[in-house]
Design a binder for this molecule. Structure first.
Ligand code: PRX
Length: 660
């Protein structure tokens, strides 16, 4: 959780540069305020105009917002469109056929450029290939692919034929993949033989095989494999097909499947406060509108820009700001296969210089680790690279501490690039609270103000709005076009998680705490208020990790909490009770390693606890509830000052104090 004190003391203000303001799509605070006022005056009219301007509709919508089944809101529902048509044909018609859509840089530095025409043709071939396998509108397709043009084409091809994709991050384990395949009821998996990261070849197809071998994936008919490395894999006859074979001889045109605006474009699984990941379901029309609008508002995208979002397509950032947003506005973007530290930690800066990137969007964790790397090795410091092409920077996924913000501003942006600290979530579909680069004065560590039309507020537990300066719960008071539509297969959980009765059932509960500055009204996110951790910008449920741990035959009980970490923001700390006596010394180290590997197998390497402490028991109340807030204090290495009189077993705290 971010340290609120740091932000309270933060009073430096950085104004956007004058030339940026002059040329920006939203220019100056008066312009921003006028847009907010327009949305306030005529909420539906505001969104309707934007939806007409930014999207090509096959059949125009007549209704804007349907609240009749709230909180299952519908936007533009009787309108028909196709998302892939909007991302491809719309650009061909705008004279961008020969414009570079994607500059793909492979792990080994090989660069491939793909024009809008070429991308269109590729997507159509994949779409026709999927159709030839009997995949139809409404079917679910799991995509488990590396960062690649093919990964993006697979997503776009699904959109083109009206199939709902569910991308699973390539770092998730077979078990996680299997659970998602089953929950989505997917008919096919699109994957690659292997992925390449940091010079290493890592399996993908073998993990899909393992997931299917676990059973329960009966809905799967085909596995389609993109040949990335040529590595040795098994192909099961009748089930497994090479993507190259599926697309061979397919036409380079494919009539798009026109779908209603509410048709589910994708499901993306994310962690919640209970054990099971939630399938966040997004729409077609409202989502696409948001992807396009935020490219214009937040990133001020211009035809000459070279945009680079360093996220992976396995996360929502890679959906909205790689697979859809940049294409929806006809931008040129960089897509990167590798990792920021290979072959050296100056890779990002080197790529910005070589491709003349103008907009760079990354996560605070990456910035913090590159700060460390450049302190250790001056050669990889950004000052050694020509970053003069940059005009705008962005940050996403976790709070950015003011120190990292300042370093980014000075050393990467040369004090001339605004920084968009974009607060949003898988559920929100796109940016919600962020500075506008040509309007909003910036304060390091604050995501500043909501986008026009977004009615964000800070409330108490009963939904009453709190005065500025008082910390509380972050909510959004009105529905917006790109909001989550439901949790796939679990509408009740959707209602309970996001529109709880305690808040009146009408406010969207983000799950984060926030505080607004007394003078400026600026928002600062203070961290999750539920049992969700943010490790390196990756969202992890503590319950998910606990379930994984207790599934190990050695473990009787486990409690997982976050502890602040300089580089990853938060780190996972697990308190574990074994079924046998508490281990010590080397044995404890050995078992801790076993358990970490176990979690990597159950969920994925990103969920490995950084620290594991063993105890004879966990601190519990007399009614048997684990007192996690005490564990959080212990994990931080701080003294317990809270009242522990309700504890059944106060002596256990002493034992759990020690890191093994
Ligand atoms: O806690 C907030 C944090 O990341 C959570 C959302 O995670 P996820 O759904 O994985 O989406 C990440 C990419 C949008 C939020 O609930 N978060 C995200 N952006 C910020 C942030 N916290 C502070 N500042 C941000 N800019």
């Amino acid at each position: 959780m971010a340290d609120i004190e740091t932000f309270k003391q933060e009073n430096r203000i950085f104004n956007p540069p004058a030339d940026f303001v002059r040329d920006a799509a939203i220019s100056g605070m008066d312009n921003y305020k006028a847009m907010c006022a327009a949305a306030e005056r005529d909420y539906e009219g505001f969104w309707a105009n934007l939806a007409r301007e930014n999207i090509s509709w096959q059949k125009p919508f007549t209704k804007v917002l349907d609240e009749s089944q709230a909180p299952f809101y519908k936007w533009f529902d009787d309108g028909q469109l196709n998302v892939s048509y909007n991302c491809l044909e719309r650009n061909l018609q705008n004279g961008n056929a020969e414009k570079t859509a994607i500059i793909f840089e492979a792990d080994d530095g090989t660069v491939t450029r793909v024009s809008y025409q070429q991308l269109h043709d590729k997507v159509c071939q994949v779409a026709n290939g999927l159709k030839s396998l009997g995949i139809r509108k409404g079917d679910r397709v799991v995509i488990y692919m590396p960062m690649s043009v093919e990964g993006i084409a697979a997503m776009q091809a699904c959109a083109r034929i009206g199939a709902t994709h569910s991308v699973v991050f390539g770092g998730f384990s077979a078990k996680s993949l299997q659970e998602r395949i089953i929950d989505a009821g997917a008919v096919a998996v699109i994957t690659a033989d292997e992925q390449v990261r940091g010079g290493k070849q890592l399996p993908l197809k073998a993990i899909v095989d393992e997931a299917l071998a676990m059973g329960g994936c009966d809905s799967i008919r085909n596995i389609i494999v993109y040949r990335r490395t040529g590595g040795n894999i098994n192909m099961q006859q009748g089930r497994d097909l090479w993507l190259q074979d599926v697309t061979a001889g397919q036409a380079a045109t494919c009539e798009p499947e026109w779908v209603n605006a509410e048709h589910p474009l994708f499901i993306l699984y994310t962690s919640g406060s209970t054990g099971k990941p939630k399938g966040v379901q997004h729409s077609s029309g409202g989502y696409l509108l948001w992807a396009a609008l935020t490219m214009k508002w937040t990133f001020d995208i211009k035809p000459t820009d070279v945009f680079w979002c360093t996220a992976d397509i396995g996360w929502v950032t890679g959906h909205t700001y790689i697979a859809y947003g940049p294409l929806a506005v006809g931008a040129t973007q960089i897509v990167f296969e590798g990792v920021p530290t290979y072959p050296h930690a100056g890779r990002f800066w080197d790529m910005i210089a070589r491709h003349k990137a103008t907009i760079f969007y990354t996560a605070p964790t990456a910035i913090r680790s590159l700060i460390k790397a450049s302190e250790a090795d001056a050669k990889v410091h950004p000052k050694n690279f020509d970053l003069s092409s940059l005009r705008l920077l962005g940050s996403v996924g976790e709070p950015i501490n003011p120190e990292a913000w300042m370093w980014y501003y000075r050393n990467v942006g040369n004090e001339k690039c605004p920084i968009a600290d974009t607060f949003w979530q898988t559920e929100t579909g796109g940016h919600m609270i962020t500075p506008l680069p040509g309007a909003t004065p910036m304060v390091p560590g604050s995501c500043t103000l909501p986008l026009p039309g977004i009615q964000a507020a800070v409330v108490d537990e009963t939904g009453n709005e709190l005065p500025n300066g008082q910390g509380g719960i972050l909510v959004v008071k009105r529905p917006w076009p790109s909001m989550i539509r439901t949790i796939w297969g679990d509408p009740e959980r959707f209602k309970k998680s996001y529109f709880p009765e305690e808040l009146g059932g009408k406010m969207y509960l983000a799950g984060d705490g926030a505080v607004r500055n007394e003078q400026t009204g600026y928002f600062t996110i203070t961290g999750r208020i539920d049992d969700v951790l943010n490790v390196s910008g990756h969202r992890m449920g503590t319950m998910e990790i606990e379930s994984a741990l207790v599934a190990n035959p050695l473990v009787a009980e486990a409690a997982v909490v976050g502890k602040p970490d300089e580089t990853t923001g938060e780190a996972i700390c697990a308190f574990v009770v074994l079924k046998r006596a508490r281990p010590n010394g080397d044995e404890a180290k050995q078992i801790a390693k076993e358990l970490r590997d176990w979690v990597a197998k159950e969920i994925g390497p990103i969920a490995k606890p950084k620290e594991i402490r063993f105890g004879d028991n966990l601190p519990k109340t007399r009614s048997g509830k684990i007192m996690r807030r005490l564990l959080r204090v212990l994990a931080k290495g701080e003294q317990i000052t809270q009242d522990v009189s309700t504890l059944e077993n106060p002596a256990i705290l002493e034992q759990l104090k020690q890191a093994q």
